[in-house]
Structures are given as structure tokens and as C-alpha cells.
Design a binder for this molecule. Structure first.
Ligand SMILES: [Zn+2]
Length: 83
């Protein structure tokens, strides 16, 4: 199994939430998330956004959805970074 760094993990969180990873990748990412507060926070945030978007609109095309998710993340990061 591979040691993921934070950059790699944060990149894969998205795929993880969309069930696009294979079993060993899921293993790697969950192991890293369990040991890294920073990436775990990232995962929680994506998961939250993902859930709320899914509830709001089920029929948005994936590309558009990804953009909305990214926009949401940026917004949250901007707001969260001020204190
Ligand atoms: Zn990390």
C-alpha cells in the first residue's frame, strides 16, 4: 500500500466521495484521513457539501456539479480563513 501525502489525499477525497476509487486506493485514503486532522477536515467539508448539493439537485451534470462544489469549498475556505 502507498503512503499518500496530504496533497494527494486532498485530490483524491473528491474521487473517494464519488465512489471512483478502487479498494486499495480507498484503503490508502482512509488510512491517511484517520491520521491527519487537516485532510480529515477537508474530507468532512467535501462530504458535507456533497450531501447538501445532492439533496438540492439530483440532475446537475457532473462537470457543473464539480464546479459548484469547488466554488462552495473556496467560499467556505475564505470564510473560515479569517479567524
Ligand atoms: Zn493529510
Amino acid at each position: 500500500m502507498t503512503e499518500l501525502d496530504c496533497q494527494e489525499t486532498k485530490r483524491q477525497v473528491h474521487e473517494f466521495l464519488h465512489n471512483e476509487l478502487n479498494e486499495s486506493e480507498i484503503d490508502d485514503i482512509t488510512t491517511h484521513l484517520a491520521n491527519c486532522d487537516s485532510c480529515e477536515a477537508d474530507y468532512d467539508m467535501e462530504n458535507l457539501i456533497n450531501g447538501s448539493i445532492k439533496e438540492a439537485c439530483d440532475e446537475v451534470p457532473p462537470a457543473q456539479l464539480a464546479e459548484r462544489v469547488l466554488a462552495e469549498i473556496r467560499r467556505i475556505q475564505v470564510n473560515g480563513g479569517t479567524h
